[in-house]
Design a protein around this ligand. Structure first.
Ligand code: WQD
Length: 336
């Protein structure tokens, strides 16, 4: 099969490219490189001996999209492209609504006009909002507390309406929990611009000496050690979940939301201790005030993915941390 991956040079996109190429599929990447490096392409080729087709472009630009769909016989799309920093979205909401929502609508219009109606969308557990109690399942009410989360929720709802309007569409909204880790080769991994917002890249940069100290955002939550609990999932497991979702949309129609998580929760301090053990490095930290918008505990109900996709996460926390450390220690400055 030939797939278009928007945002395919990003962290999750690049790991999904590797899985698809290794299965013998063809991949076309459309990416504006706003939050990723073109060097990913040579790393992907090193890993699997094949290079995906790459088009530098923007989902907001209809001409860029038409060029891709005209030049390639695309059979399905995996839509990763979008801005994804919760804090930043509060400061520049219009950029998030334009890039994420308007850009997605432009993509979906181009897909419809080129009669490509199979789609896997990169959604997020953030759509469960703050009022649901974990384990979070797909039947729960959704809400959003920041513009980033609003954009994910809006796009999910747009896709529900699109599938209702035209039964030829086959769509899966994948709700990611907390993707971490890296390909075992250490050649690709998470490479955030500037100071990381997320826990694992921040801890990894402390361990490798790029950052001095971790701020633990609160130790007074109602959790076993007082720090935030999250459902960390290995990015390679997540990528394989996308492969299964592509198989599913090839056989079924409609629009379905599916969690990609492990069903297990791990606290911030447990992550820090694991990282110290695996890396042999100290991870200096201090307890800081809670971060606005954070909740105590988030983890997935993972049954629907097991039933609907015949997929479940296999890699444990130790593998997630080991693979993160191999990537970061081999690439202290990321792809630069
Ligand atoms: C994890 C835990 C923090 C940084 C976000 C988005 C979500 C998805 C994943 C895109 C929390 C604590 C963090 C730090 C800390 N992104 N923490 N010090 O907030 O669960 O999810 O990223 O789809 O949509 O909401 O992930 O890694 O930021 O935080 O103590 O420097 O680590 O309080 O308990 P989060 P995170």
């Amino acid at each position: 099969m030939k797939y278009l991956l928007t945002g395919g040079t990003g962290y999750i996109g690049s790991h999904t490219v590797v899985e698809l190429l290794e299965l013998g599929h063809e991949v076309v990447i459309l990416d504006n490189l706003a939050n990723s490096s073109v060097k990913v392409l040579e790393r992907v080729e090193k890993i699997c001996g094949k290079r995906p087709a790459f088009v530098e472009g923007n989902i907001c630009n209809r001409d860029d999209l038409d060029k891709v769909f005209t030049a390639h016989q695309i059979e399905a799309v995996v839509h990763f492209a979008g801005l994804k920093a919760v804090g930043e979205s509060n400061q520049i909401p219009l950029s998030y609504y334009h890039n994420n929502v308007s850009g997605s609508v432009t993509l979906f219009q181009a897909m419809s006009d080129h009669n490509v109606k199979k789609l896997v969308f990169s959604s997020s557990a953030t759509v469960y909002g703050e009022n649901n109690v974990s384990p979070l399942d797909e039947s729960m009410p959704t809400s959003a507390t920041n513009p980033y989360g609003q954009t994910k929720l809006m796009i999910e709802n747009i896709l529900v309406d699109l599938a209702k309007s035209d039964s030829d569409w086959s769509i899966i909204n994948l709700r990611y929990f907390n993707p971490i880790g890296a390909h075992a080769s250490g050649l690709i991994g998470e490479n955030p611009n500037g100071i990381p917002n997320n826990l694992l890249p921040y801890v990894a940069q402390v361990a490798v000496g790029r950052l001095a100290e971790l701020n633990v955002f609160g130790d007074d939550y109602d959790t076993p050690d007082g720090t935030g609990v999250r459902d960390y999932i290995h990015v390679v497991d997540l990528a394989q979940g996308h492969v299964k979702a592509l198989e599913k949309i090839d056989a079924h129609n409609g629009c379905h939301a599916i969690n990609l998580g492990t069903g297990n929760g791990t606290s911030v301090l447990q992550i820090v201790e694991s990282f110290k053990r695996v890396s042999g490095r100290d991870i200096p930290f201090k307890i800081a005030p809670r971060r606005a918008g954070d909740i105590a505990t988030v983890f997935a109900h993972a049954d629907k993915a097991a039933k609907a996709l015949n997929w479940q996460a296999k890699l444990d926390l130790n593998a997630m941390i080991e693979d993160t450390w191999r990537w970061q220690s081999n690439n202290p400055n990321g792809y630069e």
